[in-house]
Design a binder for this molecule. Sequence first.
Ligand SMILES: *Cc1c(COP(=O)(O)O)cnc(C)c1O
Length: 381
Amino acid sequence: MNETPPRVRAEIDLAALRANVRTLRARAPRSAFMAVVKADGYGHGMLPCARAALQAGATWLGTATPEEALALRAAGIGPDEARILCWLWTPGGPWRAAIEADVEVSVSGLWALDEVTAAARDSGRTAKVQLKCDTGLGRNGCQLADWPRLVEESLKAEAEGTVQVTGVWSHYACADEPGHPSIAAQSTAFEEALRIVGEAGLRPEVRHIANSPATLTLPDSHYDLVRPGIAMYGISPSPELGTSAELGLRPVMTLTASLALVKHVPADHGVSYGHHYVTPRATTLGLVPAGYGDGIPRHASGSGPVLVAGKWRRVAGRIAMDQFVVDLAGEEPAVGEPAVLFGPGDGGEPTVADWALAADTIAYEIVTRIGARIPRVHVNG
Ligand SMILES: *Cc1c(COP(=O)(O)O)cnc(C)c1O
């Protein structure tokens, strides 16, 4: 074989993902597990991650867009293998495609119930609908004031046979901030929403509200199923909850580049656009062939950490579209030497959490934005 070694690669350790799913399932032993695989599996590759999660005991997959849900079915993940819930709908659906693919659809308002009911009539099938309540997130979901009406209309659609309400659900705003007063308020509101549903006579199979932080810290929130995303990829939802290792999770993605150049430069040499870094002394520079065009956050200019030849180096100067530079302090690793941006951390490399800190953002954004130009190499499948 004379394959070109990749300039940059994202290795995805599916054994780590399976172990994370098992760890999370052990935290919520009485609940079903929905693996959230939206946004290309948080940048890790949707299909291999979905399959690995199912192998480890997930029975549900969660997506934001209908396109993601339909892609899972088109790839051969059938209804016997996984139930799929898709929650971000706009007028036009595609409701009928979802109904025919046995994708369960979230409904947050009457407009959506009307559209899905009409599509069910057209297709001659029953749509599986999960009603979403806004218990205080203030994003998607039906306001509690409008909830009784949505419940009542859903009951009519059930009586007509166009709709089966399979679930009632909601989402936390601040589950990653233990003790935040909104958590208890939302839990109370969810109970109220469930009470209204029960009194109206709807009997949903599943009730759910727990994302990763709630799965990890709020056992009372687990109900019939939990919906972890970020933790399944081995990443702590927030530094406040502890590191991945402290949570018993192993980061799944390792991002490695091959140094494209190593060279000597004199003191006072400007580095990269704007010359925001000037070499303090004669030194060596290493060129890392990845930039913001690959999703490396430009905001981490001057601070993002990289492991090269056993030592942490920081991005020197600005991150450009396709490349950035590290000051190697006079050392001369070979061209092609691996530069590890992040990984599990136990080989001395930085983690996604370190990059989130350097870029003043959350770890979710770091992995999700890794671009299509970087190949995902799935191992331990
Ligand atoms: C993304 C998402 C999740 C998963 O959240 P994590 O914090 O990654 O665990 C769960 N539910 C909904 C509605 C989501 O949008």
